[in-house]
Write a protein that binds this ligand. Structure first.
Ligand code: ADP
Ligand code: C5P
Ligand code: MG
Length: 219
C-alpha cells in the first residue's frame, strides 16, 4: 500500500500570515461606498452600534488632518473644496494609523477607495482585502437634496462643488465598485429609502457579524 504524502504548499506560510494582518492582529475590513449624500456615515453609525465595528471615514480623517494644522492641511483643503481626490499615500497613512491605534479588529472604511489609485495602493501597502463592499445606491437628485440640507457647515456642500463630486463619483469611484462587483464582493443597497428601512437591509447583510448571539433552547 502506498504512503500518503502531503502535497507541496502552493502559498508559503509567510504569505498566508501577512494577509489581512495589521501587526499581529487579523482584521476584518468592509468598504462602505456610494455617492456623496447616499447615507454612508448615517448607516455606519448604526452598524457601529449594533455590530461592534469601528467606523473610519476617509473624509472625516482628512478634515481632522486639516484642523490639526498638518503640513498637508492646505493641499487637502483645496482638494476637498474642488471635490478632487487626495493622493492615496496621504489617506492610506491616516487610515493605517487609525486602525493601528484602535484595539478593535473590525473596521468600516467609509468613502474609500474612491478611485483606482486608492484601491491599488491600499492593497499593495496594507495587504488587506475587504470582506465585502457595501454599496449605497441613490439617485443624484436625492443625494443633492440631502447634501444641500446637511447643514454641517462643510466647504463642499454647495451646489457648485456637489456637481463636481458627482462627476468624480461617476468617472472615478463607480469603476472601483465595478472592479469589486466582478469579484462578487459587492452588496448593493437601495439607499433612496428612509433611514430605518435602509438599515433593515443593512442589518440583514451584517447578521453574521452580530455582537451577541442568543440561543433559545426549548425545554
Ligand atoms: P454620506 O456620508 O454618504 O455623504 P450622510 O450619512 O452624511 O451621507 O447623509 C447625508 C445627509 O442625508 C445627512 O443630513 C443625513 O441625515 C441625510 N440622510 C442620510 N440617509 C438618509 C435617508 N435614507 N433618507 C433621507 N435622508 C438621509
Ligand atoms: O466622504 P466625504 O464626502 O466625507 O469626502 C469628502 C471629500 O474628501 C471628497 O470629496 C474628497 O475631496 C476627499 N476624499 C478624498 N479621498 C477619499 C475620501 C475623501 O480625497 N478616499
Ligand atoms: Mg460621509
Amino acid at each position: 500500500m502506498g504512503t500518503v504524502v502531503d502535497a507541496p504548499a502552493v502559498v508559503t506560510e509567510k504569505e498566508v500570515v501577512a494577509e489581512n494582518m495589521l501587526g499581529d492582529k487579523k482584521v476584518t475590513v468592509v468598504f462602505v461606498l456610494g455617492g456623496p449624500g447616499s447615507g454612508k456615515g448615517t448607516q455606519c453609525s448604526n452598524i457601529v452600534e449594533h455590530f461592534g465595528f469601528t467606523h473610519l471615514s476617509a473624509g472625516d480623517l482628512l478634515r481632522a488632518e486639516i484642523k490639526s494644522g498638518s503640513e498637508n492641511g492646505t493641499m487637502i483643503e483645496n482638494m476637498i473644496k474642488e471635490g478632487k481626490i487626495v493622493p492615496s499615500e496621504v489617506t492610506i497613512k491616516l487610515l493605517q494609523q487609525a486602525m493601528i491605534k484602535n484595539e478593535n479588529d473590525k473596521f468600516l472604511i467609509d468613502g474609500f477607495p474612491r478611485n483606482e489609485e486608492n484601491r491599488a495602493a491600499f492593497e499593495n501597502v496594507t495587504k488587506i482585502s475587504p470582506a465585502f463592499v457595501l454599496f449605497f445606491n441613490c439617485s443624484e437628485e436625492e443625494m443633492e437634496r440631502r447634501l444641500l440640507g446637511r447643514n454641517e457647515g462643510r466647504v463642499d456642500d454647495n451646489i457648485e462643488t456637489i456637481r463636481k463630486r458627482f462627476k468624480v463619483f461617476v468617472e472615478s469611484s463607480l469603476p472601483v465598485i465595478e472592479y469589486y462587483d466582478a469579484k462578487d464582493k459587492v452588496k448593493k443597497i437601495d439607499a433612496a429609502k428612509p433611514i430605518p428601512e435602509v438599515f433593515e437591509d443593512v442589518k440583514a447583510i451584517f447578521a453574521p457579524y452580530a455582537k451577541y448571539v442568543i440561543i433559545y433552547q426549548a425545554t
